[in-house]
Design a protein around this ligand. Structure first.
Ligand SMILES: *[C@@H]1O[C@H](CO)[C@@H](O)[C@H](O)[C@H]1NC(C)=O
Length: 367
């Protein structure tokens, strides 16, 4: 009897071992070859793409990748074209599930001051890759993404102040990888998945911006550099968006010019104009009026601040969604902004964790 029982035990053991081994070698096991970072879809869309086959068409990881991309000689290209070549824009791709922030320290450091703010982004965005990048790490990240365009790295390294580098970095990381950039002193009040109404297809937009200031007063020039000012403390973008391409080439060109001249920031040449909200605002308006991207013949006139003043709901212009002032600047108690509990309030910006000089940062608090 014993040999028979033993035979059965052996048989069960071998069959189990066989099944386990087969499983271990099935395609579910992680590929030892490192995959590229998830260019990933927002979790919501990810979920819908598995349940709804109609969505898989827009998942560009499933699209056949051209076997070869002809290598072009970039040396004759303009900086703008080099960036377009390096980081092409595809409006049909998804907003990558990244959150980028920068600070002197990261949540891994005991001295990290913005735990609640940082945590609010993680809380509202489960499944997103969330990175807080220090200055030291930023240099390496940029070297990785911009090695083929050395003038970008030269410009970044030439910028003499952390505030300038921090401004430049947000445009660079969004251009290369897309996702959300937000200043470290910003609370997420709502998930970015709820920023744009469901009636607006995600495949028709590539950039989401908010309004920093809409000062409807005769002396607005004493307080703000533009009549409508778009904020750059929170931005969501798809990689390669033309507005990012444009602002990166503008800042790079201007920086290399100032490097030659030897002065970067003076009273006349402010941070706001150089890398901050003023140039950000100008670049967005220039995009709205750029015949390369918009059919100007069919439009009824230039797009100006008049198109965005006193907005209560978000507005889509081309592939850009402009959110009302309440969304990224709630609770400022001026310029018609709603409070933190307003349904359109999406982030709360504290103006604390910025490298920007006080005078520039607190300009939003005039009554
Ligand atoms: C912008 O405003 C002008 C009038 O000020 C109007 O003619 C035009 O249609 C508006 N454009 C958009 C996209 O809202």
């Amino acid at each position: 009897m014993l040999p028979f029982r033993r035979a059965i035990i052996f048989a069960v053991f071998f069959i189990t071992a066989f099944i386990l081994l087969r499983r271990a070698h099935s395609s579910d096991t992680p590929n030892p070859i490192r995959r590229p970072p998830p260019k990933a879809a927002t979790p919501e869309h990810h979920a819908s793409s598995t349940s709804n086959p109609a969505h898989t068409g827009t998942d560009y990881r499933d699209k056949p990748v051209p076997a070869q991309k002809a290598i072009q000689d970039m040396s004759e290209m303009s900086l703008y074209d080099k960036l377009a070549y390096q980081y092409p824009y595809d409006v049909e791709s998804k907003f990558p599930a990244y959150i980028w922030q920068t600070w002197k320290s990261t949540p891994a450091d005991e001295s990290f001051e913005f735990r609640n703010q940082e945590g609010s982004w993680t809380y509202h965005h489960p499944g997103f890759v969330h990175e807080v990048i220090t200055d030291q790490v930023a240099v390496h990240v940029l070297r990785l993404f911009y090695a083929p365009i050395p003038e970008i790295l030269e410009a970044y390294n030439a910028l003499p102040e952390p505030v300038l580098k921090a401004d430049f970095f947000r445009y660079l990381i969004l251009l290369a990888r897309g996702g959300i950039y937000s200043d470290i002193d910003t609370y997420a009040l709502k998930s970015a998945l709820d920023w744009v109404p469901e009636t607006v297809p995600q495949t028709s937009i590539g950039l989401i911006v908010g309004i920093e200031a809409d000062p409807d007063r005769p002396d607005w020039k004493d307080w703000y550099s533009r009549r409508i000012q778009f904020c750059q403390w929170t931005i969501q973008a798809k990689p390669g968006h033309p507005v990012l391409r444009d602002i990166v080439s503008r800042i790079t060109t201007e920086t290399l010019k100032r490097k030659k001249e030897g002065t970067f920031v003076t009273k006349e040449k402010s941070v706001v104009e150089f890398t901050g909200p003023a140039i950000w605002t100008d670049t967005i308006f220039d995009y709205f009026n750029d015949p390369r991207y918009f059919d100007m013949k069919r439009s009824t006139g230039d797009i100006t601040y008049l198109n965005f003043t006193h907005m209560k709901k978000s507005k889509k212009v081309g592939d850009v969604v402009v959110l009302p002032i309440t969304s990224f600047s709630p609770g400022v108690q001026q310029m018609d902004a709603g409070d933190y509990d307003d349904p359109m309030a999406f982030v709360k910006h504290d103006f604390e964790g910025s490298w920007k000089p006080e005078s520039e940062r607190h300009i939003g608090e005039v009554q």
